[in-house]
Design a protein around this ligand. Structure first.
Ligand code: CA
Ligand code: CA
Length: 72
């Protein structure tokens, strides 16, 4: 395990279909692949916090949203 993940690489790992957005399903799968379970409540708060930042609230996390959330 590296001390600090590269957020862009992490984003690409999470964005399994490579369309430039992380959906809830992709996020859940990626966390499972890492051996972490995510509850619906956790998903809600993660997506709400990230998605509110660009104002589109489209239910997906773009790279820009992800990077802002990562820095927090
Ligand atoms: Ca995707
Ligand atoms: Ca969004």
């Amino acid at each position: 395990m590296p001390d600090i993940d590269d957020p862009t690489a992490t984003f690409q790992e999470f964005d399994r279909d490579g369309d430039g957005y992380i959906t809830r399903a992709e996020f859940t799968l990626a966390m499972k692949a890492r051996g972490e379970e995510v509850t619906t409540a956790e998903l809600d708060s993660i997506f709400k916090a990230a998605d509110e930042r660009d104002g589109d609230v489209d239910g997906r996390i773009s790279l820009a949203e992800f990077l802002v959330a990562w820095e927090k």
